[in-house]
Ligand binder design. Structure first.
Ligand code: URA
Length: 443
């Protein structure tokens, strides 16, 4: 049988006119993109056509699969364990990955975790892990495999050969106003996750003022698309819609978030970490359930809490850090490894209940303190960040500390302080507490 010849211009015209693309057409187009046979102008036109016309579930599954297969993929066959990961759409102080990887590995599953860097107002797992002296996040697929085979988990960055199609498409989306397409976001995220050879995936889709998507409905639609796409690819996928209306836990930044997780793993959790620990256990519980080690997500949560409490997760963490070249002696006194150039405490100007904030504004304040990037590829400060002294719903007396700001230089404090002061809201009335997990989308 002769091979069908696909012309990229025909793929663009078909999508522009709202017709459904075949799997063959989608695969050929993605291959042409990676081989640099399709010009950036044509890719841009196609992206806009997809943005405007959308995609059917079948087209989205085909696009995700073609992108996943556009480069090297991880092969977990020899591990002999169920592979499972968690993906978050990004938040402020969202450090759950640092707890989840060792917890789920300690429970007996394999966690091949390929994470990202800070983006916009949100923090990045890689930037946090790289504050551990010597810790390597750029590993080959072979090294990645070996670390997982040894301790059950490994946390690395995207390799240059993993899903190269996403790198090209993402860069052009940024230039063509097509970043916000739910189909393109889904294909981007899911192609990278499925390249980890996962059999289970738990998605933490954020909702609220600090979320990536603008409305609850938009977050929900994205979650649904990702669940359907994961399931269509044979990966058990669950999405939890969770609140991002205030920073998760006690700290937001880079080293400070590692410090917070080390305290939790060693059984010395700070009371302000409670929401973060609870969410980490819930997400771990779902992963353990998907992996068949528990009869329900609640039962999985009990297992997660046990391996955290009995020190097994801490041992996995130490082993993983050692195998990735990190110096674990910094965990002995994490506070003394935190050396910000300047510190400023923001105090309450009145008594009242902390009623809320624009969490995105808090994230941007953390970025401007130096914990996030000014420009793509730019540096981040290990020590910059914030410490929250109160959570939404807490009563604070006038003059009590609310937030401590950390930065490398004095000049970096002014604007973030103004932003934080401007966004915190107070109330004379007690504030209703809302559950962090708002909704669960499962097959
Ligand atoms: N994260 C990704 O990896 N891709 C997107 O398109 C959006 C968020």
């Amino acid at each position: 049988m002769s091979k069908q010849v696909v012309h990229s211009i025909d793929v663009i015209l078909k999508k522009r006119d709202g017709r459904e693309l075949s799997d063959v057409e989608i695969r050929a187009f993605v291959q042409g993109v990676v081989r640099e046979e399709v010009s950036p102008a044509r890719i841009a036109a196609w992206l806009m056509a997809v943005f405007q016309r959308g995609m059917s579930a079948r087209e989205l599954a085909a696009l995700t699969d073609a992108m996943r297969g556009s480069g090297e993929v991880f092969d977990a066959t020899g591990l002999g364990k169920f592979t499972v990961d968690k993906h978050s759409t990004g938040g402020v102080g969202d450090k759950t990955s640092l707890l989840i990887a060792p917890i789920v590995a300690a429970a007996g599953l394999a966690v091949p975790m390929i994470s990202g860097r800070s983006l916009g107002h949100t923090g990045g797992t890689l930037d946090k892990m790289e504050t551990i002296p010597g810790f390597r996040t750029q590993l080959s697929m072979r090294e990645f495999y070996d670390v997982i085979a040894d301790c059950g988990a490994c946390m690395i960055g995207q390799t240059p050969t993993l899903v190269p199609a996403d790198r090209i498409l993402y860069a052009l989306r940024d230039h063509t106003g097509t970043v916000e397409s739910p189909n393109l976001i889904t294909a981007s995220i899911m192609s990278k996750k499925l390249a980890e050879d996962l059999r289970g995936l738990v998605l933490d889709v954020k909702v609220g003022s600090g979320a990536f998507m603008p409305t609850y409905q938009a977050s929900r639609e994205l979650a649904e698309l990702m669940v359907k796409t994961g399931e269509a690819a044979g990966c058990r996928t669950v999405a939890l819609l969770t609140g991002m209306d205030e920073p998760l836990g006690r700290f937001a930044g880079n080293w400070v978030e590692v410090w917070e997780c080390v305290d939790v793993l060693r059984g010395q959790a700070h009371p302000l970490s409670e929401d973060m620990v609870s969410l980490s256990l819930t997400l771990s519980g779902w992963m353990i359930f998907l992996g068949g080690l528990a009869g329900s997500a609640d039962e999985g949560r009990v297992i997660a809490a046990r391996v955290l409490q009995d020190g097994s997760a801490w041992r996995v963490w130490l082993r993983m850090v050692e195998l990735q070249g990190g110096d674990a002696t910094v965990f002995e006194t994490p506070s003394s490894h935190h050396e910000p150039g300047v510190t400023r405490v923001l105090c309450a100007s009145r008594s009242g209940y902390l009623a809320g904030m624009d969490c995105k504004e808090v994230g941007w304040a953390v970025q401007r303190l130096g914990a996030g990037r000014e420009v793509p590829g730019g540096p981040v400060s290990a020590d910059a960040g914030i410490e929250m002294h109160a959570k939404v719903g807490d009563f604070v007396a006038a003059g009590a500390p609310l937030i401590t700001l950390f930065a490398d230089r004095e000049q970096q404090l002014e604007e973030p302080e103004r932003m934080l002061r401007g966004t915190l809201r107070f109330s004379d009335e007690a504030v209703e507490q809302v559950e962090l997990v708002r909704e669960i989308l499962a097959r």
